[in-house]
Design a protein around this ligand. Structure first.
Ligand code: FES
Length: 160
């Protein structure tokens, strides 16, 4: 397999624990994503074999849930809520500013070199800090639209 697990837990270890069990596909997908940071396409067939499921069914589940990734995450990723309150507080404008300044393709949500990305979150109910936003694990919620360009510049400087 070309992808490398970053947690030290290999696909083999994960599948050994779940092999032949029923109703565990989502649990396996979560574990694989934790291990690799995403779900490499080459893991789909072995997951299907271990759980006695056809590969298209594994792929269908994987692509149905937006929390699963099939590509490695960008080095710097902004998670941004576009729910109603965040929208009113300018989240859409912040998203557009970040896309323009960081070279992020709005269709893919990432820059061509995978250095920067924007990922949209569903409203988790933290609307009092809108716009809800994280840069990797750092909480930067409440950022005014007027400071979005400066944030993008700081992220670019950090990446250099
Ligand atoms: S609308 Fe964004 S956190 Fe609720």
């Amino acid at each position: 397999m070309a992808a490398t697990a970053r947690s030290g837990e290999s696909l083999h270890d994960i599948l050994k624990e779940f092999r032949g069990k029923k109703g565990v596909l989502l649990a396996v997908l979560h574990r694989v994503q934790e291990a690799y940071g995403y779900i490499p396409r080459e893991t789909i067939a072995p997951i299907g074999q271990a759980l006695n499921l056809p590969a298209p069914l594994v792929w269908g589940s994987l692509s149905f849930y937006s929390e699963f990734r099939t590509e490695p995450p960008p080095q710097t990723e902004v998670h941004l809520c576009l729910g109603p309150t965040c929208h009113l507080r300018g989240a859409d404008h912040i998203k557009r500013i970040l896309e323009l300044r960081l070279g992020i393709d709005p269709k893919t949500g990432r820059s061509p070199d995978n250095e920067f990305g924007v990922r949209i979150m569903q409203c988790p109910g933290h609307c009092h800090v809108a716009p809800l936003m994280y840069v990797n694990e750092e909480n930067v919620s409440g950022l005014p639209v007027s400071e979005a360009a400066a944030l993008a510049d700081r992220l670019k400087e950090r990446g250099e």
